[in-house]
Design a protein around this ligand. Structure first.
Ligand SMILES: NC(=O)c1ccc[n+]([C@@H]2O[C@H](COP(=O)([O-])OP(=O)(O)OC[C@H]3O[C@@H](n4cnc5c(N)ncnc54)[C@H](OP(=O)(O)O)[C@@H]3O)[C@@H](O)[C@H]2O)c1
Length: 176
């Protein structure tokens, strides 16, 4: 039986900022479409604060929400209290589908990336040419561990800054 893979999906500024704590600090419609395409049919593992910032379950995907509050619940969310439980819930959800999809998505935010990045096999990153003064940060990654490939660059148009899509793949593959 094929293993499951944890894939991190993130949009990050040049200085590693991913948001201001309650939402994103940019609006990139093209990136939102890409995130939808990348994650459709997958379980999304996210922190309770990211769930609150989205405000609803995203269609066609499971929303697995990490919280330390054992009594927390919300319509459309699968609540879990640890990363191990999140991964187990994601695998269970995938197994209940047609079984062809093997990816679980590490969806953020900062605390969940910090907790789960060491278990990811891939990072689908959008790197945006902005440097917000402050915000929630994405953890540092070492070129020793990751191969980094630029897939596509979009140059600045109007209010939309330059951004590029990068795929980072673990040099030594890991599965969950
Ligand atoms: N740019 C991007 O790609 C991207 C993606 C996602 C999110 N974001 C941004 O990231 C920001 C939110 O990030 P954040 O770091 O503040 O919050 P977060 O990671 O979304 O959520 C933090 C919450 O998750 C729960 N949690 C964390 N670690 C846990 C653990 N080990 N076990 C169980 N529960 C755990 C806790 O919930 P309780 O307090 O309920 O216990 C904690 O308060 C927002 O600005 C959002 O827009 C950006």
């Amino acid at each position: 039986m094929t293993s499951f893979e944890l894939v991190c999906v993130v949009a990050m500024a040049q200085n590693r900022v991913i948001g201001d704590g309650s939402g994103l600090v940019w609006h990139l419609p093209d990136d939102l479409k890409r995130v939808k395409a990348l994650t459709m049919g997958c379980p999304l593992i996210m922190g309770r604060k990211t769930w609150e910032s989205i405000g609803r379950a995203l269609p066609g995907r499971a929303s697995i929400v990490m919280t330390r509050d054992k009594s927390w619940q919300a319509k459309g969310a699968i609540a879990v209290t640890s990363l191990d439980s999140a991964i187990k819930a994601g695998k269970d959800w995938l197994t209940e589908q047609d079984g062809s999809e093997r990816r679980l998505i590490l969806f953020g935010g900062g605390q969940i990336y910090a907790d789960g990045l060491s278990r990811c096999n891939k990072i689908e990153m959008t790197l945006i040419d902005v440097t917000p003064d402050q915000g929630v940060l994405f953890p540092k990654t070492s070129p020793m561990d990751w191969d980094d490939r630029c897939l596509e660059t979009h140059v600045k148009t109007g209010d939309v800054p330059t951004f590029r899509y990068q795929r980072m793949t673990r040099k030594v593959p890991i599965f969950v």
